[in-house]
Ligand binder design. Structure first.
Ligand SMILES: [Zn+2]
Length: 321
């Protein structure tokens, strides 16, 4: 058994469409263990998978369950963070799942649930040395961002803050799943790129890059879409929230060395005619995470503090009259 403080271990689970990545963090943020397992389909299987993943981590630590302070879960879909209810996680077959209550009932440990991209934003922020406002841009099947302002997840009034994937930047562009045309997601989302490519394959975005290198015209167009869509997302995040850094993560960062120069080049190209955009130095404000960086699981492990915290504005509200 490892030496962990009583009640100090925090477990974080990143529940994705195909796999659950789990991590255990000590009091000081050190990584004590990690696991990976397949995700099930539907309410019961997703809950069962989360409980099994947490149990596997606890067993790996050889620690009694009492030493676990909290379990945090990042999962796609609409999340009611106050109750831990997951709604419309379509790629997991989940319509409405009281996930926090289920995990808590099974293991007797407090459980917190957050949208996976917002959890990843928290995780990415925790790995940084500064406390400047930042955005985490997730390039996966879809495109979404999480904002960390003042060290906290910024949700906005209705939880829509950071949904830059559905900002339309091309009125003549491809139709998006959301019903609009030319959304950023239709340009740089892995799912949209795969559909536009239409040639199947296990890693269609890699195939697009390979074909573009070989001079295929369709592929060159789609590669440009990937770069200009990502550049548009970075521009939107900096112009709307003035984040110092946009950390780019998600499945497409498996191709980081092949896409990073293109994204930077497109940011410079966009700024070429605009002294205003040039002054923002957008190309210097992006960072790509290494492939398979566990930021979502790390962020999930930190949810117990992030979600339990008292609203800072409440404490600082001046008393009038
Ligand atoms: Zn859209």
């Amino acid at each position: 058994m490892i030496g962990v403080a009583q009640g100090g271990v925090r477990i974080g689970l990143d529940v994705g469409g195909t796999k659950i990545a789990g991590i255990a963090l000590g009091d000081d943020g050190s990584r004590l263990g990690s696991i990976r397992r397949r995700t099930g389909w539907g309410d019961a299987a997703v809950l069962e998978g989360a409980v099994a993943a947490a149990t596997e981590l606890i067993d790996q630590l050889g620690a009694p369950v009492q030493s676990i302070r909290s379990i945090g879960i990042g999962i796609p879909g609409l999340i009611d963070t106050a109750t831990g209810l997951v709604l419309h996680a379509v790629n997991l077959g989940v319509a409405s799942l009281p996930l926090a209550a289920g995990v808590q009932a099974a293991l007797g440990v407090p459980c917190f649930v957050e949208n996976d991209v917002k959890a990843a934003a928290l995780g990415a922020a925790s790995l940084r040395q500064d406390t400047e406002p930042m955005a985490y841009l997730n390039l996966g099947t879809g495109v979404a961002a999480g904002l960390i302002i003042g060290g906290r997840i910024w949700r906005g009034a209705r939880g829509t803050a950071g949904e830059v994937g559905h900002l339309s930047v091309d009125p003549q562009g491809r139709v998006c799943g959301c019903g609009q045309r030319g959304c950023i997601e239709t340009l740089c989302g892995g799912g949209a790129l795969a559909r536009a490519w239409g040639r199947g394959g296990e890693l269609p975005v890699r195939d697009i890059l390979d074909a573009a290198d070989a001079g295929d015209e369709t592929a060159v167009g789609l590669r440009d879409d990937l770069f200009r869509g990502t550049a548009a997302a970075v521009r939107a995040l900096v112009l709307s929230a003035d984040v110092e850094t946009v950390v780019i993560g998600g499945g497409l960062t498996a191709l980081a060395p092949r896409i990073e120069p293109g994204i930077r080049a497109w940011l410079r190209r966009d700024a070429a005619e605009s002294p205003f955009l040039q002054s923002l130095r957008l190309d210097e404000r992006i960072e790509l995470l290494p492939a398979d960086s566990p930021v979502a699981a790390i962020g999930a492990a930190l949810l117990s503090s992030a979600l339990a915290e008292i609203d800072p504005f409440e404490k600082e509200m001046p008393v009038h009259g």
